[in-house]
Ligand binder design. Structure first.
Ligand SMILES: Nc1ncnc2c1ncn2[C@@H]1O[C@H](COP(=O)(O)OP(=O)(O)OP(=O)(O)O)[C@@H](O)[C@H]1O
Ligand SMILES: [Mg+2]
Length: 509
């Protein structure tokens, strides 16, 4: 044992039915470092984090884990036990009570009391303020959590972990729902934590983040530990090569498409909220989408990107004025069914709640909206269903023992691939993708880009919202930038730069 290591992971193996999620994994984490963890979807990252944080008890895996040189063995109901030994995890799906205040959430179940069982609110809030101040967390301590944006909610989760005296803080894809500014804030919080001696494990699919924030990076592939290296001794290309097990020479596949006539034309489009008719969600947006074109939509979270496409798809708000013309015909889209009947498809941002039936198999999830393809005279052609679904599952490299596995058994990124497959199979004329590669590993991103290229080559038109500027620049023909429910500019990709987009996104132009 070395004193330098806070965590020693020794030969850990964990199996699920039909899947070896972790195979003989061994590596160490130095005290006080920010330790990045990368690997493709299904590589086993979250599984290891769940072992460390007591979600999986010690009898469900083999191998040893030492914390400060002592073996930890979490028993049933172990999350509490893990927290008490100093390991806390901040999940991607935040687990806060939206109706309670910041302070109440931080001390949930451990409220300071007076006279036995009366909550001492003064004490609770003064301790909340203390924690927020110590770690430089800028959140209103008495605000109701539901009124805070995702970035602040995540800070509350972090504050909660710190209030329990976390020595090791695990962040599983903490930035996937944050905008660029929130990512910066999170990173400066992590630097403060590091100064105070907290060790962080940091999972992300955005590789540049490892170079911004981590001291060390561990790479996983297929449940195995590939290497643990000082961040300064590696680079993006090397990380990718270790993650996917081969060299990847280009991030964005080339395409050759003749861009045609305008297919979808949106003019002076204004949308109000259905509940509050005077609340405008979208103001005067106009754009054209041409045949074979990829139109990127960039903007910060909350800029109205998702609202725009969801309303075009008939699922949000009320159109107040403006027109939507598809192939020369003016449309009124009142529901998703209207949109789909007009061959408009949408892969939603919140795929967990909108896109999947979690208890159902991969096969059913992909095939269900495509039943018309597989059935004739009320009979389902099971072979065709399986064959077609498998084609998509394979080309997106969905990692699962077979297609009958329920989707809730898949890793986060693999669940997203299922939703994307299902929509690609409907063969729409206009396909809207809302942040399609969020949480998806580099290898699979490339496969999705290739599929997008194939679609536009076949004459489909694509609208792609993306939070990654590199991706918008790498994949779009033109880029529309949004800010506060408005379009602040449309740039051909040849004229677009990260700086121009950011300045339009913050409306500083
Ligand atoms: N509860 C479960 N039951 C069965 N299999 C599971 C379960 N949880 C995870 N797996 C499988 O274990 C493997 C590792 O999954 P894990 O969630 O650790 O991946 P990950 O590296 O976090 O991926 P991602 O980047 O997509 O989040 C995957 O093949 C997954 O399908
Ligand atoms: Mg995961």
């Amino acid at each position: 044992m070395s004193d330098d290591f806070i965590l020693e992971i020794d030969n850990v193996t964990k199996e699920f039915p039909g899947v070896v999620a972790l195979k003989d994994v061994s590596f160490n984490v130095k005290r006080g470092e920010i330790h990045g963890i990368c690997g493709e979807n299904g590589a086993g990252k979250s599984t290891l984090m769940k072992i460390l944080s007591g979600v999986y008890t010690h009898d469900t895996y083999t191998g040893k884990i030492l914390l400060n040189g002592e073996e930890i063995k979490f028993e049933r109901g172990a999350i509490r036990q893990a927290i008490e030994t100093g390991i806390s995890i901040v999940y991607q799906e935040l687990a806060l009570n939206p109706f309670a205040t910041v302070g109440a959430n931080i001390f949930l179940g451990r409220e300071p009391t007076r006279f036995g069982d009366v909550i001492n609110w003064n004490r609770l809030y003064s301790r909340t303020r203390e924690i927020l101040k110590t770690y430089g967390l800028d959140i209103p301590f008495a605000e109701t959590v539901g009124n805070l944006g995702v970035g602040k909610q995540q800070m509350v989760e972090i504050a909660k972990a710190l209030s329990e005296d976390a020595k090791v803080l695990i962040l599983d894809e903490p930035t996937s729902a944050l905008n660029e500014f929130e990512v910066d804030t999170l990173h400066s919080i992590l630097r403060t934590l590091k100064e105070k001696g907290v060790t962080c494990l940091y999972i992300s699919h955005k590789l540049e983040e490892f170079f911004q924030i981590t001291d060390t990076v561990t790479i996983f592939r297929d449940g195995q530990h590939v290497d643990t290296v000082p961040t300064q001794d590696t680079n993006t290309d090397k990380l990718i090569a270790m993650m996917v097990g081969r060299e990847m020479t280009e991030r964005f596949p080339a395409r050759s498409v003749e861009i045609g006539e305008s297919v979808l034309s949106v003019k002076d489009y204004r949308v109000a909220s259905t509940e509050h008719v005077d609340k405008m969600l979208i103001e005067n947006v106009s754009f054209d989408l041409r045949r074979g074109e990829i139109l990127g939509i960039a903007g910060l979270m909350g800029s109205g990107r998702t609202e725009l496409v969801t309303s075009l798809f008939g699922e949000l708000g009320k159109k107040v004025s403006g027109t939507i013309t598809l192939k020369g015909k003016e449309l009124e889209i009142r529901s998703a069914r209207d949109a789909m009947n007009n061959r408009i498809g949408l892969v939603p941002e919140d795929r967990k709640s909108l896109g999947l039936i979690l208890e159902q198999s991969i096969l059913k999830n992909i095939a269900l909206p495509n039943m018309n393809k597989f059935s004739s005279f009320m009979r389902i052609d099971k072979n065709k269903e399986l064959h077609e679904s498998r084609k998509f599952a394979q080309s997106l490299r969905i990692k699962a023992p077979n297609l009958l596995v329920p989707v809730n058994k898949l890793s986060g990124g693999n669940q997203q691939k299922v939703v994307i497959s299902k929509w690609l199979m409907t063969q729409p004329d206009v396909l809207i993708l809302d942040d399609p590669t969020r949480g998806i590993d580099v290898g699979a991103k490339y496969e999705i880009y290739k599929l997008m290229n194939e679609l536009v080559e076949q004459g489909v038109s694509i609208i792609m919202i993306s939070s990654e500027l590199e991706e918008v620049l790498g994949m779009s023909d033109r880029i529309m930038v949004m800010c506060a429910g408005r379009s602040t500019g449309i740039l051909p990709v040849s004229e677009a730069t990260q700086e121009k987009i950011m300045s339009l996104a913050t409306n500083a132009a």
